[in-house]
Design a protein around this ligand. Structure first.
Ligand code: GUN
Length: 302
């Protein structure tokens, strides 16, 4: 069997179109647009490229967008003051502090300082709690897990009663996607298992999965024989395994690989996400959706 490819790039384009239409409608009716600020401290090249992509997308959608770039030696107090400034700014609906932060800054302290109602990353403890409670309590699901759920649902994969196995227990992907799939309601109602580095028989758990979500950060961790025939395989891994010269730009770019042996897995799975072009593009998309949602909550139309 050859799996159906779940293309994040195609889904992204469709969802961004939906968001843009809503932005235009709100602008016409209420005279406001969503406002997003990204705060970047330092010059980590990967972070610069993520933040640039986020701001570019926000701009294209007609958002009010601010890229606030700060030096790497910025003090923790100064960063807290910047966060507080945007907490108070009425034109800003979403605040994103790009991680990782420089080592001398306590990222928990910074994330906890963001107004939970502007926390479009969904990393504040209040939003983590809302996610655990589920249903209407969820305001801002974290972007990568929300994107994964959209990919599964929009591909028409049955989630109710499905065995979902999540490989990885991070706060950004593993734990929140497990929570989302566990919720009562459409696109969820799954039976969820989280497996991790201390799990005794990783293969046995993966083999049971109707939906296998892999976010371990280990290239090629999941072997084709671990995949149940017809399963939906979501590969969240983005591992840099080398460099090449881009045919488009002539510049050096990273060679990326997922956590799943894609070429072999696609012959067994029913659905599979590629790397790159799978989960990656969905993360920025869901950030835009959360920022729009934040404005809608404020206007009382969410
Ligand atoms: N760094 C890598 N991914 C993310 C993300 O989703 N949000 C933030 N704030 N920082 C990141």
């Amino acid at each position: 069997m050859t799996a159906k490819l779940i293309k994040g790039t195609e889904l992204r384009d469709k969802i961004l179109e939906e968001i843009e239409a809503e932005v235009n409608e709100i602008k016409e009716k209420h005279g406001v647009v969503p406002g997003l600020v990204t705060i970047l401290a330092g010059e980590d090249p990967a972070s610069i490229s993520y933040v640039t992509a986020k701001i570019k997308t926000a701009h294209k959608l007609g958002f009010n967008e601010i890229q606030d770039t700060q030096p790497a030696d910025l003090s923790e107090e100064a960063l807290l003051e910047i966060v507080e400034k945007y907490n108070k700014d009425d034109s800003i609906n979403g605040i994103l502090v790009q991680l990782p932060l420089p080592k001398h800054i306590d990222d928990k302290k910074i994330l906890n300082a963001i107004d939970p109602d502007k926390d479009v990353d969904g990393f504040h403890p209040v939003n983590v709690g809302r996610l655990m409670i589920g249903g209407d309590a969820i305001k801002f699901p974290p972007c990568t897990p929300a994107g994964i759920q959209e990919m599964i649902v929009r591909s028409g994969v049955e989630t109710s009663g499905a065995e979902v196995v999540v490989v990885g227990r991070s706060n950004i992907v593993g734990k929140p996607i497990a929570n989302l799939m566990l919720q009562k309601g459409p696109g969820a109602n799954s039976t969820v298992t989280i497996v991790h580095t201390r799990t005794k028989d990783l293969a046995a758990h993966c083999k049971r999965a109707d939906i296998l979500i892999v976010a371990a950060g280990v290239p090629g961790l999941v072997k084709p024989e671990w995949i149940k025939p017809g399963a939906c395989v979501i590969d969240v891994g983005v591992n840099r395994i080398g460099e090449k010269i881009s045919e488009k730009t002539g510049k050096k770019i990273a060679i990326l690989s997922g956590d799943v042996d894609f070429d072999a897995a696609k012959e067994i799975a029913g659905y599979i996400t590629p790397v790159p072009g799978g989960v990656g593009p969905m993360t920025i998309t869901m950030l835009m959706k959360n920022t729009l949602k934040s404005l809608k909550f404020k206007l009382g139309i969410a």
